[in-house]
Design a protein around this ligand. Structure first.
Ligand code: NAD
Length: 436
């Protein structure tokens, strides 16, 4: 039994849910149609360390159909869906993830996902390709098993904070492989981060706490891609949005959208709903929390569980904490003030709900498949120890693979227009530095 999951009997339930997601994952379906006969990943050992949602499960099964030899774990201790994991295990993919892991089991699972048994005895091989989300398995392997990098052909990193962490490894001279920065594909960060968050934030709030969003003052910390999605959906629900930012360009963008820009103090004293989306530690910390009004609701949409200072809130044992339900804690700050913390300060859309919807995840996972094929099909093109964005042509291909079912018809340049613009009818349509 080469898996560690909660309950294999959940496989049937997981299969049904994954099939529903697949209905809205056009890129994944198209890649299967194009490549399942050719098996371009035959014999390629792939370790994935990405939270297992129904959409991730659809992606894992696609990689299997393309011939990959796969092992999987999650970058998140809490948020994998047990029925999705059971379905993956029932399909014969070694998977090591549950909806609740201790620290010790979390790292054990990562290790299992990176070691590929060879020949029935205790021998094993390391992966050819790593798919990472947050640089978690990369950091783990660098520290504990540096030999894992001897033959690694490349890593695909899918999120903002993971790309930053890979940049830090590079600065320290410790990056040992080719990294494809999938996060900064336009078809990833401008879709998953914005439109994914725009939908899954609301599911996260409504599955953890029963409140009316309309009419409340919501503070969004960080108006980057994720923050933009959060601010827009909360405004759509009728909330009054204010933004806390450190970057004057981004703050001006928020202002132009009609959002007020507040200092931390102003935000803390006047807000009712607080959403952190910065990727930065202690975005909401003691100095903010002590100013908050009774009934304030705190949640994180950014990185791990580091953006809200849960050390201060939960672990110093300063405050009386009541668990209202699994994703909701009521914390008594003073005799007359309680605040509510969603999903223990972890990502509310993943730990408190089922994550981004299928269509944006289809685009993200299409990018991963194209990135893996790019690394494997072009030996020598990329250098170890460097981080690369996806070439613009592949970014456009990810859009094309997902576009048909999104609807609409693209216009094709005439010969005259092609000449005038200096770009080909089939693309790429923009310079590498175009900012969308
Ligand atoms: P981004 O860099 O586009 O935006 C972050 C913004 O936060 C920037 O504008 C920055 O100036 C601002 N900021 C940084 N520190 C701040 C602070 N202390 N106070 C106020 N503002 C601050 O990044 P992004 O793509 O929006 O991603 C943000 C985080 O969300 C990352 O950690 C990323 O990994 C994560 N993410 C989460 C999900 C999800 O499903 N919840 C999806 C994608 C990305």
């Amino acid at each position: 039994m080469d898996y560690y999951i909660k309950d294999i009997n959940l496989a049937k339930k997981g299969k049904k849910a994954v099939e529903i997601s697949l209905n809205d994952m056009p890129g994944i379906v198209e890649l299967e149609r194009m490549y399942s006969d050719k098996k371009p990943l035959a014999g390629v050992k792939i370790t994935g360390c990405v939270i297992v949602t129904y959409e991730t499960a659809a992606f894992i099964l696609l990689l299997k159909k393309l011939g990959a030899d796969l092992r999987w774990s999650s970058d998140n201790k809490y948020a994998s869906l047990d029925d999705a994991c059971a379905y993956i295990a029932s399909e014969g993919v070694p998977i090591f993830a549950t909806s609740e892991l201790t620290d010790e089991k979390f790292f054990w699972c990562m290790k299992q996902s990176a070691k590929f048994p060879v020949g029935g005895n205790s021998k094993f091989a390391w992966p050819d390709i790593v798919i990472d989300d947050g640089c978690d398995i990369t950091r783990f392997l660098h520290e504990k098993f540096p030999e894992a990098y001897d033959n690694l052909k490349g890593t695909c990193e899918q999120t903002t904070c993971g790309v930053n962490a890979h940049q830090n490894l590079k600065k320290e001279g410790k990056l040992k492989t080719i990294v494809i920065n999938v996060n900064e594909s336009v078809t990833k960060s401008k879709f998953d981060n914005i439109y994914g968050s725009r939908e899954s934030l609301i599911e996260g709030i409504q599955s953890t706490i029963n409140i009316q969003i309309g009419g409340k003052k919501a503070i969004v910390y960080g108006y980057g891609e994720v923050g933009k999605g959060c601010a827009k959906v909360l405004r759509g629900m009728g909330a009054n949005i204010c933004v806390v930012e450190i970057d004057p360009i981004i703050a001006m963008q928020a202002k132009m959208e009609g959002f007020e820009i507040l200092s931390r103090e102003e935000a803390a004293t006047t807000g009712e709903i607080f959403v952190s989306a910065t990727g930065c530690i202690k975005t909401i910390a003691e100095q903010d929390i002590v100013l908050m009004r009774n009934g304030a609701i705190l949640m994180n949409m950014g990185h791990g569980n580091m953006e809200i200072d849960t050390e201060f809130l939960l672990r110093t044992k300063k405050f009386e904490v009541e668990e209202i339900n699994e994703g909701l804690k009521k914390i008594k700050i003073t005799d007359d003030r309680n605040i509510f913390l969603l999903a223990d300060g972890y990502l509310v859309n993943l730990v408190g709900a089922s994550g981004h919807p299928p269509r944006v995840m289809s685009i993200t996972y299409t990018n991963h498949v194209l990135a893996i094929l790019e690394i494997l099909n072009n030996p020598g093109k990329y250098q170890k120890g460097e981080i690369y964005r996806m070439p613009r042509t592949l970014d456009e291909q990810a859009a094309r693979l997902n576009f048909p079912s999104i609807g609409g018809k693209l216009t094709i340049l005439s010969d005259e227009q092609e000449k005038y613009l200096g770009c080909k009818k089939e693309g790429p349509f923009k310079r590498e530095d175009y900012r969308y």
